[in-house]
Design a protein around this ligand. Structure first.
Ligand SMILES: [Ca+2]
Ligand SMILES: [Ca+2]
Ligand SMILES: [Ca+2]
Ligand SMILES: [Ca+2]
Length: 281
């Protein structure tokens, strides 16, 4: 049964407003959409709704039961004025209250990095939130489509993988010529892995972990234990080309940690083996 906004109180609409200089021609991902997370932020047993917005503010709706919701965006302190994309709920500080991580991308390849800083709303437990992405070290300024949390190194703390996009490198023709991936010079487009240090801070460990620095039009990411060895792996799906990427977690980080090594430099995640480059005659 389809319920109307008048019945539910959920009036969010991700309205995109175009003009002669900002449209599908200037930004090919303008209609990619935003995100939604449905989890219980106040532990009353009823899932609440957070919608992220591109050109409109994100919105947080409290579930009042009987399919009725209350918009608490303003008093909760989660209003946004950035091009927000993915929404992810996670208890990042282990206090039993779900926090909200908001990915930000654009608008467009010409956007400023500061305007693309991802957001982290820490749940204060009284229906208010405090934005603290910079404090935690996760105010990433890439073109982030979505974010997933996983404990890649098995230390009990959830780490953060960002699915970033490469609009600055956008050239489908070039990418088509190299389906195995084209190295990107624009760090804003590289996918990024942040290690949770367990003390309220995160560190970018992409290089040590072997995360590729390639052009990627990332649209989806999922964490699963693909080879059933107990370690979470990461699958990245890219738009059109280059190919998708499967990162198999080799677990080197966890083994070295058990060996009480203070600093590990071994790759934690292994990108897929590349076949020989195709030859043409
Ligand atoms: Ca709730
Ligand atoms: Ca929390
Ligand atoms: Ca971890
Ligand atoms: Ca695995």
């Amino acid at each position: 049964m389809l319920l109307s906004p008048a019945q539910t109180g959920v009036t969010f609409a991700n309205t995109i407003t175009t003009n002669d200089s900002f449209n599908i021609q200037s930004n090919v991902y303008i209609y990619n959409g935003a995100g939604v997370a449905a989890e219980d932020v106040d532990n009353d047993g009823l899932p609440d709704l957070f919608f992220s917005g591109n050109m409109v503010s994100s919105r947080l709706y409290l579930n009042k039961g009987h399919m009725q919701f209350e918009d608490i965006t303003e008093r909760a302190g989660v209003k946004t004025n950035r091009w927000c994309t993915g929404a992810t709920m996670v208890d990042i500080n282990n206090d039993g209250l779900l926090d909200i991580y908001v990915s930000v991308s654009g608008p467009g390849a010409g956007s400023k990095g500061a305007d693309r800083a991802n957001l982290l709303f820490i749940n204060n437990g009284d229906h208010t939130f405090t934005e603290a992405a910079r404090q935690y070290g996760v105010a990433d300024t890439g073109f982030t489509t979505h974010a997933v949390f996983l404990d890649y190194n098995g230390d009990g703390y959830l780490d953060l993988f960002l699915l970033n996009n490469s609009p600055q490198d956008f050239a489908r023709g070039a990418a088509d010529l190299h389906p195995l991936g084209v190295r990107s010079e624009s760090s804003e487009g590289w996918n990024t892995l942040y290690r949770n240090n367990g003390n309220g801070t995160f560190t970018d460990v992409s290089r040590e972990a072997g995360i590729l620095r390639q052009i990627g039009y990332g649209l989806g990411v999922v964490v699963a234990d693909v080879n059933r060895d107990g370690r979470p792996d990461i699958y990245v799906s890219n738009d059109v080309s280059p190919n998708d990427v499967l990162y198999i977690n080799t677990g080197h980080a966890a083994r070295r940690r058990r060996a009480a090594q203070a600093h590990e430099r071994l790759p934690h995640l292994r990108p897929p083996q590349r076949p020989a480059a195709p030859r043409f005659s």
